[in-house]
Design a protein around this ligand. Sequence first.
Ligand code: APR
Length: 315
Amino acid sequence: QNNYKVTVCGASGGIGQPLSLLLKQNPLVTSLSLYDIVHTPGVAADLSHIDTKSSTHGYIGADQLGDALKGADVVVIPAGVPRKPGMTRDDLFNVNAGIIKDIAATVAKQCPKAMVAIITNPVNTCVPIAAEVLKKAGVYDPKRLFGVSTLDVVRARAFIGEALGVDPQQVNIPVIGGHSGVTIMPILSQCQPTFKGSADTIDKLTKRIQEAGTEVVKAKAGAGSATLSMAYAGARFAGSLLKGLDGQKNVVECSYVQSTVTEAAFFATPLVLGKNGIQENLGLPKLNDYEKKLLEAAIPELKKNIQKGVDFANA
Ligand code: APR
């Protein structure tokens, strides 16, 4: 086909704008559809002046969500709201979860075969919500729904590259589990090139990867969470989905998907991506004793996060 429409939902945000810029540079994208409740006409006009082949269209407001999604091959979703004064974590959750529910319902109608990649936090819970909504609409294909946990891999590569004094692009490491706190499981024992260190060094690096989001939140001092690195990771993941659609071989990404690999119904592992989404789930990497403990800590947390999504979607 080599002719793909990508829709970004939440395209005007801190993640959405640089993500859209990076997608505008992807030669596999022919149509870039930008949806948000604010500013998309401007963002689209601006990006449309870039001399790459994709056409860029802005869609604004709920009335235009259907047109934005119509016939999309890949949908990337960083739509959400930041926490405002007086808002509890639960308030924030309910708003973001509601956004995902609405977008998933429209995906079901307008592009039921699309690959859907969710960035909106909490990813561990938002992906099961979308799954429930798509199931109810009778169009759910677990091979086509993804939580973008790529930033955890990107961060692990950056930190390990720095520690080993090698180009991060040469570092290969599976990061499995989920996309927050203890559910993020960098499998350092399987790192290539080999990462050797004391138990303490390994523990510190593992915790740094798990808490890397907080590093950015602190450094931004009230101005939000990771946006540029998240946009980079989102564009890399969407790019891999497109390569898979395009029939390229050996496209492997870790992503948070429906899974039977562990007791958690959704779990990130390395996946081979192809024309129909997940071609093969490569399963759990070999774990050492330290990593088995990480898994023990991650599973109950993941199960809780997943149940919260199922309950929200069915309430
Ligand atoms: N439909 C589409 N877009 C929406 C909606 C909606 N119903 N509600 C809000 N948005 C848009 C906002 O208008 C904004 O442009 O989503 C965008 C979010 O951007 P920011 O507030 O800058 O947030 P950002 O830092 O990009 O994070 C977005 O990703 O990593 C997660 O935790 C983060 O859930 C958050 C999301």
